[in-house]
Design a protein around this ligand. Structure first.
Ligand code: PEP
Ligand code: MN
Length: 455
């Protein structure tokens, strides 16, 4: 029977390092006040907990470099990350007793650490096993900082840990927990590429300082249809023509696209209007057929088709990578990393709505994807409000948010006669609606002091 359940909390927080920590220490009155860490210090903090260890304050002497403070009222670590500096807080905390009381907890901050991964070893791990594991880790090109407690050891891994497999570490009999501190993606990461990537295709530039609108029908249906839509979206100010030739439909009985014929018609529309074309690929076997396409789209359903992503990595074509219906941002970045790892740096990310519990919208547009991508990555990002909304009247308000949030462009479905569309008619704008939307977007893009591409 356990009096305490055990919690190991490891947080990566944006956390004003000196303030809350000092405050807590003073309030509690039981523990001597630690020297505050200067605001602005780039700080990482660490602590850990398990079983018996939670119930006593860790001995600071045994955890060199770590500054301790009580954290009992803040078991979750919430409230610490309002503002301020980078810090990683790992919280020592006893859990709740059976009658719901909280046990004491402690937070530790290890300043100026630079760990990319933290490996918490089991209590009483044998030294020879620690040495063997450490050696295997070092062989992967990273160095190790040891934090030695009475009974426990924490390894702080420093260096490029993108190749260090968390599951491999977890499988070790002496490892209790593993936390990745730095991101597992490298080429996509702004940390290693601070400048925004701008992608130039067919005289249009996607990325910082510009705004591009990709418009066209969900699928190419006939020559007249695609040419008429191409002409009207061009007149309204679109920079690219979209149109699906190969359609990833939920039902095998739904219209699957005109396939090769669709590609042929898209190229005719390009010739007539001069608009570069964006169309979706479904398999790596189609790459030859897509050699003459300007931007290759990877649809939401294929975001984790890793074989396809790898092959696209060997091409130099700009790839429009759509976020999967239920994919996290990290998964999106990892999929982009697949393409970039193959040598193709021309990746454009696209947020197109994700599945949530909400039923009044086809997919929830996750507008926070824009600032997240801008913060974490140097790649351009566009918003597809059509597949998020699922209904035409919601497209315009969602499109506006994309400009305000700092997106680099939009992808909008436009059909000459939405009521008769073979695919996604309900969310498609007719040419007049698209024209009104573009008039609005043009003003907003000017307000953001960006150039509307394709004018
Ligand atoms: C599309 O762009 O027509 C499409 C199928 O989009 P998604 O992959 O985002 O569903
Ligand atoms: Mn569609």
């Amino acid at each position: 029977m356990h009096m305490y359940s055990v919690f190991v909390h490891i947080f990566s927080l944006r956390y004003p390092v000196s303030m809350p920590f000092r405050h807590r220490t003073r309030d509690a009155g039981k523990h001597p006040r630690e020297d505050p860490i200067e605001p602005g210090t780039e700080t990482r903090s660490i602590s850990a907990a398990s079983g018996e260890r939670c119930r006593r304050r860790p001995e600071p002497a045994h955890w060199p470099g770590i500054r301790w403070g009580p954290a009992s009222e803040n078991r979750s670590g919430r409230g610490l990350h309002d503002e301020g500096n980078n810090a990683i807080l790992l919280l020592f905390s006893a859990g709740e007793t059976r009658n719901g009381e909280r046990g004491a907890g402690f937070a530790g901050i290890l300043p100026e650490g630079d760990f990319d991964m933290i490996v918490i070893l089991k209590a009483h791990a044998e030294q020879n096993k620690i040495d063997a594991l450490s050696e295997q880790i070092r062989q992967q090109g990273v160095s190790i900082h040891y934090s030695q407690g009475h009974t426990e050891t924490i390894l702080g891994l420093i260096g490029d840990t993108t190749h260090v497999d968390e599951d491999w570490l977890r499988a070790s009999e002496i490892v209790e927990d593993v936390r990745r501190v730095s991101e597992p993606y490298k080429l996509v990461n702004r940390r290693f590429h601070p400048e925004d990537t701008r992608i130039t295709v067919a005289g249009r530039t996607l990325g910082e300082g510009t705004f591009s609108v990709i418009a066209g029908p969900c699928s190419v249906e006939t020559e007249e249809q695609i040419i008429s839509v191409a002409r009207s979206v061009k007149a309204s100010g679109a920079a690219f023509l979209r149109g699906g030739a190969f359609k990833p439909r939920t039902s095998p009985y739904s219209f699957q696209g005109l396939e090769g014929e669709g590609l042929r018609l898209l190229k005719i529309a390009r010739k007539v209007t001069g608009l570069p074309i964006v169309t979706e690929i479904m398999s790596e076997n189609q790459l030859d057929d897509f050699a003459d396409v300007d931007v290759i789209q990877v649809g939401a359903r294929n975001m984790q088709n890793f074989r396809l992503l790898k092959e696209l990595g060997h091409s130099k074509k700009p790839i429009l990578l759509k976020r999967g219906l239920s994919s996290t941002m990290e998964e999106l970045f990892m999929s982009a990393e697949y393409i970039m790892a193959g040598g193709n740096e021309n990746v454009i990310l696209c947020e197109r709505g994700i599945r949530t519990f909400e039923k009044m919208i086809r997919n929830n547009l996750d507008i926070s994807a824009v600032p997240i991508i801008k913060a974490k990555s140097h790649l351009p990002v566009i918003i597809d409000p059509s597949h998020a909304a699922g209904i035409a009247w919601m497209v315009e308000p969602l499109a506006r948010t994309a400009v305000a949030a700092g997106a680099d462009g939009l992808m909008i479905e436009v059909h000459n006669d939405p009521a008769k569309a073979l695919c996604d008619g309900a969310q498609s704008l007719n040419p007049q609606q698209f024209d009104r939307l573009m008039a609005d977007i043009r003003r907003r893009v000017a307000f953001e002091e960006k150039t509307l591409e394709g004018q």
